[in-house]
Design a binder for this molecule. Structure first.
Ligand code: NDP
Length: 330
């Protein structure tokens, strides 16, 4: 490919930030050590906020959106990477401080780059994307706290979304009994196919509950936050663990200290964006091993980059199921 290429660029128009399809040239790209020919990116909650302008994600403008990318090294001034290497990048403030993956080409800081994990294709890494890698970081946190399948049920909130869907697929593969919380009963069959064994309606968790409720969960993967997270913590069993990774339902946490000081519950915060490289590599290794390919295919659909502005609005309205791979060359 020579000359110009396509990218989704966020700019301020009439006081509003919004991402749209633009043409860029190589000379527009930042001065970073590795040029990547991008094959795929993906759509995450944060991408929805950035492209729709509904959240202040981009800290400078213009900004090429897309917090994930996977592709092939086209030029490298860094000894760790050579032309032809297959690589991916998640987070590290792409689409916030640094230009991101909704582009056919991008220059990236070599410190951010993960070599393609053994056993996964470029497309599969973007089916997983930041959402799936965050699900794995959450599950690794539960396991680190000693949560095992023998201890009982695991609650996954925001089950129909990207983090939730992938968390269910991995947890069930690992032998956990998974209870899925969703506001969309029409997704029950889909969530069952991923491995959920039973369901709890989203509204049951989003209403104010007791500070210390009946003990139910051995562990929780929560991508919703707010009252849902507070209730999940209050329902967690003695010495159980709650991995808090999201805010789809709100940023507040109206909880008490009772579950922590009376039941020894652990609350683990999950930050995928700045997770250290060693943890990323381990998470990707475990994703290649523990996420069944047929379930990943069930979770995923592929869309052209041109449809991103429309899909971003749908995602923020809670209307996307599972994961969307973005084909930047379609
Ligand atoms: P999705 O939009 O794919 O999924 C979010 C899901 O949350 C929805 O599908 C819906 O599930 C549920 N939901 C949406 N709105 C509400 C609401 N108002 N109240 C309760 N539930 C709601 O997003 P992702 O899975 O990509 O991300 C989920 C969250 O995790 C986001 O907040 C995101 O910012 C966060 N995140 C954090 C990361 C980190 O590093 N900590 C990294 C990646 C994501 P259903 O319809 O089934 O109820």
């Amino acid at each position: 490919m020579s000359g110009s290429f396509n990218a989704i660029v966020a700019e301020e128009i009439d006081g509003k930030t919004r991402g749209s399809l633009k043409q860029l040239n190589l000379s527009d790209l930042p001065e970073e050590g590795v040029l990547i020919d991008i094959s795929y990116s993906s759509l995450n909650y944060k991408d929805g906020l950035a492209v729709s302008g509904k959240g202040r994600i981009c800290r400078k403008l213009p900004m090429v959106c897309g917090i994930d990318l996977a592709g092939t090294v086209a030029e490298s001034s860094d000894s760790r990477f050579k032309v032809g290497d297959k690589v991916l990048v998640n987070g590290y403030e792409l689409s916030e401080k640094y230009w991101g993956g909704y582009s056919q080409k991008q220059r990236v800081n070599p410190d951010f780059i993960v070599p393609l994990p053994e056993g996964l294709s470029l497309k599969e890494t973007m089916a997983i994307g930041t959402a799936g890698y965050t699900a794995m970081l959450s599950i690794m946190a539960l396991k680190k706290q000693g949560v095992t399948p023998e201890q009982g049920e695991i609650l996954v909130t925001g089950a129909g979304g990207g983090v939730g869907s992938i968390a269910i697929a991995i947890l069930s593969e690992l032998g956990f009994d998974v209870v899925a919380s969703t506001g969309r009963p029409e997704l029950h069959e889909y969530l069952k196919r991923l491995g959920a064994s039973s369901f709890i309606d989203r509204s049951e968790l989003s209403e104010k509950g007791a500070p210390l409720a009946a003990e139910r969960w051995a562990g929780v993967v929560d991508s919703v936050g707010s009252q849902t997270l507070a209730n999940a913590i209050a329902q967690t069993k003695r010495d159980g663990c709650v991995a808090a990774c999201g805010l789809a339902g709100g940023i507040d946490l109206p909880a008490t200290v009772f579950p922590f000081i009376l039941r020894g519950v652990t609350l683990c915060g999950i930050d995928s964006v700045m997770a250290p490289m060693a943890l990323r590599l381990e998470a990707w290794k475990q994703l290649a091993r523990d996420l069944p390919k047929e379930r990943l295919a069930e979770i995923t659909r592929t869309e052209p980059m041109t449809s991103i502005p429309e899909l971003a609005d749908q995602l923020i309205a809670g209307g996307i199921r599972g994961r969307v791979i973005v084909d930047v060359n379609a």
